[in-house]
Write a protein that binds this ligand. Structure first.
Ligand SMILES: [Zn+2]
Length: 117
């Protein structure tokens, strides 16, 4: 991330847990099955769907169960950006307004707290 992106991230008024999770998203430091494969003998499959490899994208967004959650949460939170932009927004590859950033932070917090991950 560029310095201005970091600055923007640290200025966001989001709960500590959401910031921690979000920070791990763009540093690729999430405790995914793929990232933890060196301490786990099992195949790095997602614990929710048991179907796909659990990498960062899958854990946060792409698992079909996470995606259906994002769809509902996006509607309830009145997030106007398309679904396909959300992952890029979370990784600061696409910019959007502060309100959308904060709401994405709230949704991340729910995903983080609601496990299993
Ligand atoms: Zn899955």
């Amino acid at each position: 991330m560029r310095p201005n992106q970091w600055k923007r991230f640290w200025k966001l008024k989001i709960p500590h847990g959401a910031r921690n999770f979000w920070w791990r998203v763009f540093l690729c430091k999430l405790p995914t099955r793929l990232n933890l494969r060196h301490i786990n003998d099992e195949p790095p499959l997602c614990q929710l769907c048991q179907h796909d490899i659990e990498d960062d994208y899958h854990m946060v967004f792409d698992c079909r169960r996470k995606k259906s959650f994002w769809l509902v949460a996006r509607n309830i939170a009145h997030i106007k950006v398309p679904m396909e932009d959300i992952w890029d927004i979370l990784n600061f590859r696409t910019t959007t307004d502060e309100r959308t950033m904060l709401r994405n932070g709230d949704i991340l917090m729910v995903i983080w707290r609601s496990g299993p991950r």
